[in-house]
Write a protein that binds this ligand. Structure first.
Ligand code: PEP
Ligand code: MG
Length: 911
């Protein structure tokens, strides 16, 4: 059986065997290398070890049977193709070993370059490079070969054998210091030969063994290290942040090395077919002459803009532009590309559909439609609600005297203000205390990931648009300014100097990720252009801002394509009006509890303390006109659109002062001999109403059934308001919603009383009042068929439904222990944030089906927080709800996601 499996499983694919659609198996990098190979682009030959092999290795801790032989066969064919043998002492083939998962995880997993070098092949490499290296500028072939060897020991030591990276960095810094230079390129062949000796000692000290000289052993260990890096801490954190499933595994690409560090006619770079920050058309990227690939991404040396390559090597530049155009046409999307030039010969090392900012995603989608590459439906899938939400963040208001102290590269847009911190740990610490922080580093590396997640923004003094900080920040939608080289950052001293001033840890700075400007102190913020557009203060037809024009275009298409209606949760006229400007088509949840707060508390106290029917009726009668006025305002703002008003839900004692505070007040007053009769009565009431589990106590419909007249007063206020607005020429469409119903009898009782009042108040006004219920108790979902007999609509209260389905206290658990559940992968995201399809979602599905079976055409909506969550919106579309309801700022997001859910496509995934 096992032997049979060995034969059947193909774990290794030559580049010529794959294609871009095999990302699951070959990872993004491998699939795209295969695609470029098949397009005839100059890709160094190589092969990909599949994610299946990685998964098998991670499951058993051993390479799966047959893998070693398949690698051997592909290696031999690679050697034949290149006319060189791995680690040959005279003319060695060297390979890179690179990770590549289905979804890009920049810098999170491992890469080892120059595999195949050892004490003997380093001489062979020098010999062969002798004919190639430009001795004057590069320091000669020997220098190149020894530099390659020291890089191998460093990378291999750090990534394969867990030798602390700083050890190597200290050693090279020491070598430079001894030489009186800060530039790697000043180290000559002899210096590097000595450095290799030092590196080997470091390696032996930390691993208890010599640096492996056998090339195939190097290769196998490097492959294993790449497999294992799938579960490295930073990769796990990154996946969680980006919601990438934990069980995909990574592929491994073994690629013939080409060298960008052979002299000034060699180099390496990164290119984008459009600007990944703004979406503008043009040539974007960074180039670094005489360097190896990782140097660009690491931001270790400052790069030059890609355009300068035209001057440095016009032929390669033209060729690159040609390939960029071909790739864009082929992928029908923004591509990013890594390339290397080895002595004037261009090699394509990677391409993929490139990560981009939220603004760029919209602008590029619009451009691609204009260029005829995609249609508007596909454009909907090139953007998403999370990106739209980002575009609604505020930006700096610079109409005051704010002078920037430095200007770097606007690497990831947004306006971030916070206290400066210099380490990832400190960022996490302060953020946990609720402080906004800006993480300041010379450059970031993958170990800074936690701090980057915790920070509001990232500021680095080195690195270009493609440095680690920039790429990761863009992926996360986090504001980032990189390469602000006026900043003299001193991490150990926790300070930086700029423009003659010192900024210490804890000082506040403001960074603008669009312009790259850095300000000391707090710069005030203002609404973004996109919010101004939604607010109606920026006319999309008149502005020349390509982003606003495209957002308008895409939203217009989204509205035409979606099936779900989008309402808002709003309980004031102001919120209702804003939500309407944002496109809300009614109110799905008007919570009435705030109407019992403020100066109305006194009336609520009277209601609770009422000793007689008369006293209670008086208190309710006093509340009635106040409530009516609230509803009039809301019905006016939402004229012609449905407004779902929920009867009061929280336990009444929430409107009284807290027990401890009252007890102290009473004791103090008694001490002073004051009259405390009223406070004593209140205290007694609070004690009487105290509940161990208030969330499961006297709230919602139970209140209405226990406190005579309370719901009746609210029903009357709603209906009178609707009649008044309608008689005044408006059009009110109230829907009265009963909370926390678990049994149809509860609803029937409330409904019978409400209908009498409604009939009496409505008269001949023509106002129609619907009566429905929330479905937020699991029993209600399970008996939805019965409840639908008494309900004209259902609205799913997924906050309570999640709380009661899981038995999680919604106010406590997220801060208390969800981190552990996330760590264990019990769920990938809090079920309070995104609907748990299998459990809570199943309840929704059952209730929708059984409700509609009992009452065909039953109106169904959702008003829990999930109504504005992109993934959940897709679920509600699938289940067939009529509408989602969410907070005003989420309304545009829900409009867009509803359309994305409605439009099927096979488009590419921008991740
Ligand atoms: C819900 O439970 O989902 C809901 C909308 O009601 P509330 O959040 O007010 O309990
Ligand atoms: Mg609720």
């Amino acid at each position: 059986m096992a032997a049979q499996q060995t034969v059947d499983n193909k774990y290794v694919y030559d580049f010529a065997e794959g294609n871009k659609d095999l990302k699951d198996l070959l990872g993004g990098k491998g699939a795209n290398l295969a695609e470029m190979t098949n397009l005839g682009l100059p890709v160094p030959p190589g092969f990909t070890i599949t994610t299946e092999a990685c998964k098998a290795y991670l499951a058993t801790g051993r390479e799966p049977g047959g893998l070693a032989e398949q690698i051997e066969a592909h290696l031999e064919s690679l050697e034949r193709g290149m006319g060189r043998k791995l680690g040959d002492p005279d003319d060695p083939l060297l390979v890179s070993v690179r990770s590549g998962a289905k979804f890009s995880m920049p810098g999170m997993m491992e890469t080892v370059l120059n595999v195949g070098l050892n004490d003997r092949s380093v001489e062979g490499l020098a010999l062969q490079a002798g004919g190639r290296a430009d001795s004057a500028a590069s320091g000669g072939a020997d220098r190149f070969a020894w530099d390659s060897y020291r890089r191998l020991i460093q990378m291999f030591g750090k990534t394969v054998c867990e030798v602390p990276g700083e050890e190597f960095e200290h050693a090279i810094d020491e070598a430079k210091r001894a030489k009186g230079t800060v530039n790697d390129l000043d180290l000559d062949a002899d210096d590097l030969r000595a450095l290799v000796d030092t590196y080997k000692k470091i390696f032996a000290e930390h691993t208890g063994r010599e640096f492996p000289q056998e090339p195939r052993e190097q290769l196998d260990l490097a492959i294993r290290a790449v497999f294992e890096s799938w579960n490295a801490e930073r990769a796990v954190i990154y996946r969680r942040q980006e919601r990438i499933p934990a069980d995909l595994g990574t592929a491994v690409n073994v690629v013939a090395m080409v060298f960008g560090n052979l002299g000034p006619d060699s180099g390496t770079g990164v290119a984008f077919t459009r600007d990944p920050a703004s979406g503008a058309q043009g040539i974007y990227g960074d180039y670094l002459a005489n360097a190896q690939g990782e140097d660009v991404v690491a931001g270790i040396r400052n790069t030059v803009p890609l355009q300068e390559l035209e001057r440095i090597d016009g032929k390669s530049y033209d060729e690159l532009l040609d390939y960029m155009a071909r790739l864009e046409g082929h992928y029908k999307d923004l591509c990013d590309i890594e390339f290397t030039i080895e002595r004037g010969k261009l090699w394509m090392l990677q391409t993929r559909v490139g990560k981009r900012t939220a603004a760029a995603a919209f602008v590029i989608a619009g451009q691609l439609v204009d260029e005829g590459l995609i249609d508007m439906d596909e454009a909907l899938h090139r953007v998403n609600g999370a990106q739209l939400a980002q575009l609604m963040f505020p930006r700096f208001r610079l109409d005051h005297d704010f002078e920037p102290v430095a200007k770097g590269i606007g690497a990831s847009p947004g306006a971030a203000v916070g206290k400066v911190v210099f380490s990832s740990d400190r960022a996490v610490e302060l953020a946990a205390e609720g402080e906004p922080v800006i993480l300041v580093r010379r450059e970031t590396n993958p170990d800074d990931l936690n701090g980057m997640i915790a920070a509001k923004g990232i500021l680095t003094s080195r690195g270009g648009k493609t440095s680690h900080a920039a790429v990761v920040a863009r992926g996360m939608g986090k504001t980032c300014v990189s390469g602000a080289d006026e900043l003299d950052v001193n991490v150990p001293a926790k300070k930086f100097n700029v423009a003659g001033q010192t900024v210490n840890e804890g000082d506040v700075v403001s960074i603008d990720g669009t312009t790259g400007k850095v300000y000391l102190g707090e710069v005030p913020v203002m609404p973004s252009e996109v919010v101004q557009y939604f607010e109606g203060t920026l006319d999309p037809e008149r502005t020349d801002d390509p982003l606003v024009r495209t957002v308008h275009r895409i939203m217009t298409h989204a509205d035409a394509r979606r099936r779900l209606r989008v309402r808002t949760n709003a309980d004031t006229g102001v919120d209702a009006a804003r939500a309407r400007r944002f496109g809300a088509e009614g109110i799905g949840l008007c919570r009435t509890e705030h109407m019992f707060l403020g100066d109305r508390r006194e009336l609520v106290e009277r209601l609770i303390l009422a000793g007689t029917d008369r006293e209670r009726e008086d208190a309710l009668a006093a509340l009635l006109p106040l409530q009516r006025a609230d509803f009039i305002e809301i019905f006016r703002e939402m004229a012609g659109l449905p407004v779902t008003v929920r009867l009061i839900d929280p336990p009444l004692h929430e409107f009284l002062p807290p027990l401890e505070q009252l007890a102290v007040n009473v004791a103090v007053a008694q001490e002073r001999g004051e009259d405390v009769a009223k406070e004593e009565a209140l205290l007694a009431a609070v004690r009487r109403m105290h509940e161990e589990n208030p969330m499961l106590g006297l709230r919602g419909v139970r209140l209405g059934l226990v406190i005579p007249g309370l719901f009746a007063m609210q029903v009357r206020a709603i209906t009178e308001a609707a009649v008044e607005v309608t008689r005044a020429g408006g059009s009110a469409c109230p829907e009265i919603m009963v909370p926390l119903v678990g049994a149809v009898q509860e609803l029937e009782t409330v409904r019978a009383e409400a209908e009498k009042i409604i009939a009496e108040v409505v008269g001949d006004s023509g106002v129609e009042v619907l009566i429905g219920t929330m479905i937020e108790v699991p029993r209600a979902a399970l008996t939805a068929g019965q409840i639908a007999e008494a309900a004209q609509f259902f609205s799913f209260g997924t906050n309570d439904l999640t709380q009661m389905a899981w038995g999680f206290s919604r106010d406590d658990v997220e801060g208390a222990f969800f981190w552990r559940y996330l760590e264990l992968g019990i769920f990938g995201i809090s079920p309070f944030e995104s609907i748990d399809r299998d459990g809570v979602g199943r309840l929704v599905r059952i209730a929708a089906e059984e409700g509609r079976a009992a009452r065909p055409g039953l109106k169904l909506g959702v008003c829990g927080e999930h109504g504005g969550d992109p993934d959940s919106v897709h679920f509600f579309h699938e289940v067939g709800l009529d509408y989602v309801s969410c907070s005003p700022f989420r309304v545009p997001v829900a409009r867009l996601e509803s359309a994305r859910a409605a439009v099927q496509t096979t488009g590419s995934d921008p991740r």
